[in-house]
Design a protein around this ligand. Sequence first.
Ligand code: GCU
Length: 687
Amino acid sequence: YGANGYNCWLGYHLLENGELRENYSQWASNIVISKEPDEIKIALSELKSGINGILGVDAVVVTREPEQSSCIALGVLGRGQNIDSYVKYDEVVQIGNEGFIIKAFKTGNSEIVVVAGTTTKGLLYGVFSLLRLLQTEATISGILKIENPANQLRIINHWDNIDGSIERGYAGKSIFFTDNKVTEDLGRIKDYARLLCSVGINSIVINNVNVHKYESMLITDKYLNDVASLAQIFRDYGIKLYLSANFASTIEIGGLATADPLDPQVRKWWKEKADEIYSLIPDFGGFLIKADSEFRPGPFTYGRTHADGANMLAEALEPYGGLVIWRCFVYNCMQDWRDRITDRARAAYDNFMPLDGLFRENVLLQIKNGPMDFQVREPVSPLFGGLQKTNQLLELQITQEYTGQQKHLCYLVPMWKEILDFDTMAKGRNTSVKKIITGSVFNNKLGGMAAVTNIGNDLNWTGHQMAQSNTYGYARLCWNPDLSAEKITDEWVRMTYSNYEKVVNTVKEMLLGSWRTYENYTSPLGIGWMVNPNHHYGPNVDGYEYDKWGTYHRADHKGIGVDRTVKSGTGYAGQYHKDVAGIYEDMDKCPEELLLFFHHMPYDYILKSGETLIQYIYNTHFKGVEEVEELRNKWFSLKGWISEEIFLHVLERLDGQLEHSKEWRDVINTYFYRKTGISDELGRKIY
Ligand code: GCU
């Protein structure tokens, strides 16, 4: 599998630098463990195979300290074993139940590298962290690294259907399901669990939020045993399994006439369902629920609130420590385009703010990063900083539904950094999204991040091999949102391709600029959409303009954009904390990249750069295509430096991206030229 990207960042190629390899091997060739290797079995085998791949040595494992040789000392702390003597009290107390310590020190002529956690899971994270240090040629001598994850819940969402298809999937079919059955290829599931564990993911939802007929049966005896086998594989790697459930399960599979959350029979049914699930999967994570959203059933049918709905399920899972993750993607998807009062952007906040404080302790609200739907540019959802008494999860989309569908290179880490760093001002300066979701700002018991995955059963997992960087980057940000985009990217390139500076620098440049490039040739200044309906690939400026989804740009011959101000528009800007609202409300203060999201602007409006709005649209679209040409040239300069198979595969994708970016450029420019009659100042070709 080596050359085609199957192993992703765990490919473990031999380090190029021979001297460094020697150096590391001096201590990495001996692994010292305690007498009872059972609880560390997986950590040990991961460590051995990693060392073998990276350093080319077959490490010897011994159960006591070798008298004079350097070694790795591996173990779980607090079990009264040798490993305890290497870690000081003030260090141990800093290691949480998912944390680890990596510590290197000299005794005499030997060097001991301690890798330990206070749990088996923490130890696994420590092992993968040490391997990452080796893969990226870090200095280990004298290191003292104690890490704990910033977020409690670090979740991957699959939109996999049980027939094997994946909603918004661009990398083949489901790895979990085929032909209405759970897969028998458990080897691949194990490889997936390893990948996720290596970057600290601790929760997975294996089926689509849209729970159809067969998926509703996942919580019946038809499927539960098979689901339990999947849970076992993930459990070994510290990952809890969750299911998306149908809110109307009592009707669909329970034989009841109602799904009313306040109906005693409904409540009883769910409690018994929980008993059944937990008897097979004792550490079952819980349910992810999409209710009253895009035609999915929910509590509104019965005149109940989303708090009523979520709390009913939460009560059933509570005795087992299970969680209810309730999505806030609730809006009117039957809007009349003539209606300028209703604003989809307002919907999540309008629906959920009144419920703040009404949810049980084991409920989390899962909130999409923006108020619309994973566009290339959106403001941050005002629910962050709005909600105070409710557990929250930030939902991101790794799968590139609106960002090039893994045919285009679009590295999303820089966008996610902006979202995480966004200052809601909810409790004065420095109330960033990343702090809020940890729960620390408002003392919420639970919190974290979830993202819709981009993986499928393509041999390289993500369709576009370089899209693996988005999976990697997401997970690293869950672990530590303070890592810079630059650092995460550096790690990924070194682990995936090589440590040669030429490769590292070139690929980093490609990745880090690619989101902005994509934005340049697609929809401008935060307005979003302009895509073909349904599949959402390719330009269609009016594709959603006269439709019912609440996604309009309102362009005419004089101007474009949606007035979302309080003064004269939909009032959306007023959902933010007043310091932020004031900025969005004022077209001169509004960050330019979001100008058309908040304001309807004339085409001759002068931007900060001195360009008119229309000229900016032309300029960025010509520039975007030129940048894709550069992307291709950069990649081409790596011929001979990357495995031939991956080199050609990525080249082919970049060729396709180049062609398609021209289509975007020409459709958008032509649309606005025809609408306005204003020519490009530089006289470039517009049709
Ligand atoms: C988007 C996407 C749907 C998905 C929905 C959701 O609208 O296009 O396929 O079901 O988001 O997040 O629930």
